[in-house]
Design a binder for this molecule. Structure first.
Ligand code: ATP
Ligand code: MG
Length: 146
């Protein structure tokens, strides 16, 4: 089904507003209107929730920037945070079921380690590519290339 990417992202982000305020982290959206993607809408929503939820959960201060834009011939959904970062090794392992990075600061945040395994399942089922970038200590960017 054809889905309006910016609208779906906007709706999901609005449900996160209170949670961001509570943690005093800025939620910034940069959404290019008019981009249509082919997706099972409920799955796309789940993917967005899981990635934004992680950005909030693994960021102690600063901001999370959610963007949608066109890159060459494909649409992009991007979430950039100013959080704890990810090492090169963990960048691959985080998509495995039940994998959680062993960091002391991770112990007091609950979680099953399933969110990104679900994201990977959804992306694979649609043929979308996932990209992760991090400096290893203070920021992480998740990108979905449609
Ligand atoms: P849940 O099942 O509730 O989502 P979870 O958040 O621990 O639990 P995933 O969403 O699969 O599980 O993420 C796996 C691990 O990847 C996390 O435990 C965390 O260590 C790391 N991670 C995910 N997103 C980020 C991020 N934005 N910044 C830093 N680390 C992250
Ligand atoms: Mg998660």
């Amino acid at each position: 089904k054809d889905v309006k990417l910016a609208s779906v992202v906007e709706n999901v982000c609005s449900t996160f507003e209170a949670a961001f305020q509570r943690k005093n982290i800025d939620l910034i959206t940069k959404l290019q209107k008019g981009i249509i993607v082919k997706a099972q809408e409920d799955k796309l929503i789940q993917l967005i929730i899981n990635i934004v939820n992680n950005a909030l959960k693994y960021t102690e201060s600063g901001s999370v920037t959610v963007s949608t834009y066109m890159e060459n011939d494909h649409a992009v959904f991007e979430v950039k945070d100013t959080g704890i970062g990810l090492s090169e090794e963990d960048k691959i392992k985080i998509f495995e079921r039940f994998y959680r990075v062993e960091k002391s600061r991770n112990r007091n945040t609950g979680g099953a380690g399933l969110g990104l395994a679900i994201v990977k399942n959804i992306a694979d089922a649609h043929g979308w590519e996932i990209e992760v970038e991090s400096d290893g200590k203070s920021c992480t960017t998740f990108k979905i290339n449609f």
